[in-house]
Design a binder for this molecule. Sequence first.
Ligand code: ZN
Length: 455
Amino acid sequence: MAPSPTPWPVATPTVGELPAPAYTLTAVYDDARHTLSALEEIAYTNRSGEPISEMLLVVDASVFPGVFRLHTLESVQGPAVTGTAWERIWLHVSLDRPLAPGEAIRLKLDYELILPARIADASLRPMVFGWSERQINLVDWYPYVPPYQPGQGWLTHPPGFYGEHQAYEASDFTVNLQVVHASAELVVAASAPERREGEWRHYELLQARTFALSLSPLYQTVTRQAGGATVTGYFFPAHRVAGEAAVQTAAEALELFGDLFAPYPRETLAVVEADFLDGMEYDGLFFLSNGFYNLYSGAPGDYLIALAAHETAHQWWYGLVGNDQALEPWLDEALCTYSEKLYYESRHPEALSWWWEVRVRYYQPRGFVDDSIYNPHGEAQAYRAYRDAVYLNGAIFLDRLRQQVGDEAFFAFLKDYAGRFSTRIATGKDFFTVLRAHSMADLSALLREYFQSAP
Ligand SMILES: [Zn+2]
């Protein structure tokens, strides 16, 4: 059974006045041992309007056995920590008294990561986190506090076989990184611009869902300016042509989506060639499958180009506007897939028919757009059903929605939705509430066709 999405209380009245969660991470990466020693400070203010009886930390790295080692955890401000208990990827932190509405707690952690070697096993979903000879990826590498829903508690889900399971509050990040024992100079791609101070690299990223880093002794880089931001491509030496095409596409898409949705909120965007066969989005940084670099044809009708536009769109649909990625993945994935079409319409209309025929219709997509990542079909085979329903049928649904409400209302709606839910978490219900403010069109037949639960 796929759980049905629960309505998300949009925002608490105090959100605007109280600070967002803030993470300060000081980490030393030992390249000889593939370990990371980190000190983390989490400043968390209770913005829920109700007392919070225990804190919860999501430790995604703990999904891999023996990878995460917690040395100490203490509270240096607010309620004291009386104990901790593990439950799957969650660390429950009990307090001597509840955290009152408006009150801040400051947690200090000292931990170590023994990075896993990324395994290339065709039966498993490719791993992003960990190290390979060519690439070290630090993604979801720190414990974080999930969003808190008044009346319901922490919003968090177990990992699924495919599809991202996390929901993130927009948070502030200060990251200090030092690399030691590297046999060759490592090039570092990050979610934010780097400030170098001797051996230390400093980063700051505000109102972001995540902070990711990717290190490699092999990266070559290329840079473009777009929409007020610096877009940098990081790719492996044999892939300069594809690497330049990926960055060019990301730069064009960033400019276009900045006009269509909302201004791009960051100074930089890193476009990183993945040393695995998958793409993955983080704030200010994304990975593109090296399979697309290998097979790049040079034509605009090409997966490298479509997916570079897709991953760039995640900076809006995932980054700026957050969503519950486990239960309502269509909110970011259908919108990003449809954003590929918007990119082709605007920059490469000659390849639009390729996009429809090869990228979408070839798979004869079907299935409900509002499927969750916990698709009941089982494992590897289910990925196709999930992708076809959420991504591809989702894009077809959005195109039909656009036809039904008309371009003017559709694009005004997208802008309004991006603006209203910027740095917040939107639900399907929010999506349609904003849509209905822009169009009175009767959508009931369309929604019955594409959605299993009435939005
Ligand atoms: Zn995506």
